[in-house]
Design a protein around this ligand. Structure first.
Ligand SMILES: [Fe+2]
Ligand SMILES: [Fe+2]
Length: 248
């Protein structure tokens, strides 16, 4: 029995492809098939796979159905986190998805799942991603402050959701946490955030995130040991479509 994670599959079996990189970058060529082959080789029915958001390019549930079925057909228990591109998933209507995919897919939103003595907790997260203004040396010399204000509100909302998830697990007696986010825990300017603080507060052992894809973005946020937790990026192209083993 093992726990794996990967994010940013950006499937489009039933919708239009919206990213140029998926057309031109080699890593994205037949990425669904590469991923499927790796999953079949690595995962068994006893394993758990956390999919850390941006599952599909579909604009609504109908356009995402084939993508979700592709995920449902993978071996093991599949736990899904919301990504910024997941238009099929309104956080407030998660129960509807739970009913529709009962026994096939598990949705991580204001709840938690257990894995051995650990609680798998998480939320989409958020971080300010600019626009940033650069000087002649390509150093950041300013940013859109209005956007930054807006981002602060979204971070606050996501922090509340993450606490709800953590508290639900804590109430049930869990003391060990694996924390999942779609967005990176910090942006390129930050050293800490509401999410790193919460990881520290609850003593999360690992913080696993996605969203940073394309080689230029892989190192946008924290990686490795930081304030007692291990931070790990699991975006699909970073992992070359091979799910990362989080724990045995
Ligand atoms: Fe993505
Ligand atoms: Fe994303």
């Amino acid at each position: 029995m093992s726990l794996y994670a990967i994010g940013d599959l950006h499937l489009h079996f039933g919708s239009e492809l919206k990213a140029r990189s998926q057309l031109h970058d080699r890593v994205w060529k037949d990425h669904e098939q590469k991923f499927l082959k790796n999953c079949r080789k690595m995962l068994s029915q006893e394993d758990t796979l956390v999919l850390a958001g941006d599952h599909s390019w579909g604009k609504n549930l109908t356009e995402c159905e084939k993508d979700l079925q592709f995920i449902a057909d993978l071996p093991g228990r599949k736990i899904l986190l919301r990504g910024n591109h997941d238009m099929f998933w309104d956080a407030k209507k998660t129960d509807r998805l739970r009913e529709l995919y009962d026994g096939k897919l598990y949705f991580l939103q204001d709840n938690y799942f257990s894995y051995r003595e650990y609680a798998i907790v998480g939320t989409k997260g958020y971080t300010f991603e600019g626009p940033f203004y650069l000087n002649a040396y390509h150093q950041i010399c300013g940013w859109d402050e209005q956007e930054e204000e807006h981002a602060k509100k979204l971070v606050e909302r996501e922090a509340v959701r993450l606490r709800t998830s953590l508290e639900a697990a804590k109430q049930d007696g869990y003391r060990k946490f694996l924390l999942f986010l779609h967005y990176p825990p910090t942006n390129i300017l930050e050293k800490r955030s509401a999410f790193t603080e919460m990881a520290k507060e609850y003593g999360a052992e690992q913080v696993i995130y996605a969203h940073c894809h394309g080689e230029r973005r892989f190192y946008d946020s924290i990686m490795g040991e930081f304030e007692g937790a291990e931070y790990r990026l699991v975006s699909g192209d970073y992992l070359r479509w091979k799910p990362l083993k989080i724990m045995d």
